[in-house]
Design a protein. Sequence first.
Lengths: 156, 582
Amino acid sequence: MEKILEKICTDYEKHEGNIISLLQNIQNEFGYIPEGAVIWFSRKLDIPASRFFGIVTFYAQFHLTPRGKNIITTCCGTACHVKGSERLITGLLKELSLPEGESTTPDKEFTLERVNCVGACSIAPVVIINDKVHGKMSADNLMKEIKKLKEAGIEK
Amino acid sequence: MGTGGVAAGGSEVMDAFKKQLGRKGIRADVKKHCSMHRVGCRGLCARDVLVDVISNDRKTTYQYIRPEMVEKIVTEHIIGGKPVQDWVVSEDYHKFHDKQIKVVLSDCGIVDPEDIDSYISVGGYEALKKVLSTMTPTDIIDIIKKSGLRGRGGAGFPTGVKWEICNKEVSPQKYIICNADEGDPGAFMDRSVIEGNPHAVIEGMIIGAYAIGADKGYVYIRAEYPLAVERLENALKQARANNFLGKKILGKNFSFDIKIKLGAGAFVCGEETALIASIEGQRGMPRAKPPFPVYKGLWGKPTVINNVETLANVPYIVRKGADWYASFGTEKSKGTKVFALTGKIRNSGLIEVPMGIPLREIIYDIGGGIENNKKFKAVQTGGPSGGCITADMLDIKVDFESLASVGSIVGSGGMVVLDENDCMVNIAKFFLQFTQSESCGKCVPCRIGTKRLLEILDRITSGKGREGDIGLLEDLAGDIKATSLCGLGQTAPNPILSTIKYFRDEYESHITKKKCPAGVCRDLLSYMVLAEFCKGCGMCKKVCPAGAITGERKETHKIDPDLCVKCGACFEACKFKAIGKG
């Protein structure tokens, strides 16, 4: 971990010392923002850790806990809302048996996230499954996709 | 191929064409006539994937194309010379385009967004050459002022005036920022412009930088738009290689370069002072204005912030003249505007229309009317800062002033069409959930006020509404509008005020009768089996997650209201429309 952090630190100094870019680099490396990384940078750069956490919790993009292997992102924009995105989410919560208030399943297989709008409103409702955009999603098709991913997970 | 087209399978269709043309061994000899282009979004996303085949100078457009259909097109049309009539776009495809006037989108869907030469071949970067060789910054500002171009991000501030103020500021360092933090849910104009023709935005930015005297620019773009970011990065590289960016551009004494800054997912960062804070690497919280960014912006230096669509207009205005641009639109709102037409509309997609076009023409001629022959209820414009326009106002002109006069706004250009099955109280609640969670928390009226508004809406939609709640909403909304620090809070109550104004009866029905007339609000609904339609197939029983449905095969089923969780699964599963709700 130390080595990766050193490298991110060199980039940070090159790029006008921007904390957001630094955190984006950390997240690209680890998939989330580990607390240890923040403490490391806080000591190294002599910037209070609270400044880092202030930024991390402000922006929706940053995550403080590890995310699942499969990331399901449902769009909650206006067009998706009127075309039934809420029903898709209810279905997903049930299918993945997500504990109340959690976004990642205990086995770290799935993470369910909501995004405000991905700007693909004319093919609403939109669900992004592992970076692939699926438009005009129905509850049936979504469950089929999830089952496929579940089976792929078991085979491994 | 924009995000929509790629999601609908655009890449797969293109691969299929490559494969088929290769297999038939006709690739080499037809390439001149039938070279394959990748183009950006062409507007009618609902019909994706769209494919143009140009054979013997005749263009045929196909709709809903899937990879397996490609072979037939190649054999019958490209080789045989006979278009596959069944798959050709219908007449309303042309109707969709007829009433539109395209400036910003004129080259979207024509040029290959990943190839600078494609943009140059249709006149790209000519405006920049003209500017650098024959014009002074004041000349440009005069043209933009004369064209009447106003900011397309929502506020509608005259672009030329903004540039003029910044031009007059004396400072060794100035900045120009392109605001591509398109956060309004239901809006995707900026994404499509960048994905479809990124060089127009870059050219506009360079001209703007020359006009105000900036040598550094930033594009602040949402990380949620990966394809747009990729195409923009690629376009910047090509522009540098052609010396449109960098030191001594085109041999003149003017240097300028652009950096991309990725947003990190905060709606408020579309507000200019919050955006600046975010570029500086801080929490994106707005500050009080004045001083405005043109005087004191990024790192305390004079900064112009323009929206994507505004900048993309600039090269066309410079090339074709201020009078040409000003000939479109109304007296106070000149030019054209791009709208994202979505929701319950037949032809959803991206449209560009002259300012002042009647709303009816957008909905019925361009949009093709309401989906599934439902009844039109309202159009929501301007997203979470806007309001709605109802059926009896359909003849209103769509421009900055007219929409403001009925309590809505042009905003960034989202238009979400709602039909009789949409509950207006639910729509207001949807927007409040959005603004409440996106409030940055700096000022009290917005942070706490939106929370209270949402609580009241929550109780109205769950059947616990109290008498006087409507008045309370109105009071609170007025206070929040008057006292919030930035645009987010000042406009957050608009969706509530507008829906109360035009759909007060729906609010009253929720509060006094505990009924949701549109059948949307779950807590106010009850489901029942309609005995005369029920065939006893057992489908509803099978899908019910709560075990609330009982009944023998081939006999009328029954829903136990005490066990029913109102998920609506039975309603959707029943093939005989035997489940009623109300």
